[in-house]
Ligand binder design. Structure first.
Ligand code: SAM
Length: 291
């Protein structure tokens, strides 16, 4: 079934009596080349299980099902479940399982336990815009050993994920993402490739998760706090931003820690890469354990 064909999508939806649900960020892909490119490039391991978040009417699911031995698709919209049963009926038998759930409430570790037991697992999704960052953070913080997380997201969010330290797009999300893996922007997809067309362009980002994290902060929570506070007050210098966040530490002590890490005391947080945040957070952790 050609699920990139606009008439087919509309016909299928009308047969099942459903409409596009804006609140679920439903913008369905209509360009077969884009769909194939995402399916082809979402992992380098063809023997992987793929977790797809938000299959919609199944356009990407279908392509994944012909490339990978197992696809687990989690869709929040109950109305789409019978549609998917129909649109995915041509897929190789036993490859796709569709689960009707909100991915934010799904116990992903339990859902994918059999897949991880069998072998490799990656994530591939055209994510709903309204909830991109929470979904990404849930996947990263799960600690599950995904090889890749390949996601279609708003172009400007993609720029933030792939930004270099010190650039205008660099932010807390970049520093945190780099802690878990390395993001690469694969390609841009203009708004006209979706039904209905969103207001902004999208991009596909592939994150290769570190097999072993290169950073080992003394206290992970303090590392995340350091990053968060550093960017909460973006226009402030790092000592000012951190002293607003770490009220328990005197500002001159924080300034000295920054200098001890080899930075100018007037530096702004956006200049520090992940390794430098880890180094600084270790000093904070040390101070906190001694005071
Ligand atoms: N994969 C399809 C495609 O590429 O055409 C649809 C992508 S559409 C941008 C996002 C999909 O995610 C929709 O099907 C929507 O219903 C689903 N979705 C939205 N929020 C979700 C959530 N919290 N959990 C699971 N699926 C969700």
């Amino acid at each position: 079934m050609n699920l990139c064909d606009i008439k087919t999508i509309k016909d299928v939806m009308s047969i099942y009596g459903i409409t596009f649900r804006k609140e679920f960020g439903q913008n369905f892909l209509t360009n077969p080349t884009v769909v194939e490119d995402i399916a082809d490039n979402c992992t380098e391991y063809p023997d992987s299980t793929i977790l797809e978040i938000g299959p919609g009417v199944g356009v990407l699911t279908q392509e994944l099902a012909f490339r990978y031995p197992s696809v687990v698709a989690v869709e929040i919209d109950r109305g789409l479940i019978p549609v998917l049963r129909y649109t995915l009926s041509d897929c190789p038998e036993g490859v796709v399982s569709v689960i009707n759930d909100d991915i934010m409430k799904t116990d992903i570790a339990a859902l994918l336990a059999p897949a991880f037991e069998k072998g490799r697992v990656s994530v591939c999704a055209n994510l709903p815009y309204y909830i991109t960052t929470p979904i990404l953070m849930k996947l990263l913080e799960s600690g599950l050993p995904f090889d890749y997380i390949t996601i279609m997201i708003q172009s400007e969010v993609a720029a933030r994920l792939c930004a270099k330290a010190g650039s205008k797009d660099y932010g807390a999300i970049t520093a945190v993402l780099n802690y878990y893996g390395v993001a690469e922007r694969l390609f841009t997809v203009s708004a006209g490739n979706f039904l209905p067309a969103p207001k902004v362009d999208s991009a596909v980002v592939r994150i290769k998760l570190h097999e072993e994290k290169p950073y080992k902060p003394k206290d992970e929570k303090i590392f995340f706090r350091t990053v968060r506070h550093a960017f909460e007050q973006r226009r402030k210098t790092l000592p000012n931003a951190l002293s607003a966040g770490f009220g328990e530490i005197p500002k001159d002590v924080l300034t000295q820690m920054i200098v001890d890490c080899g930075h100018d005391p007037n530096i702004r947080g956006e200049r520090l890469d992940t390794a430098q945040f880890v180094e600084l957070s270790d000093k904070i952790a040390e101070w906190k354990s001694n005071n």
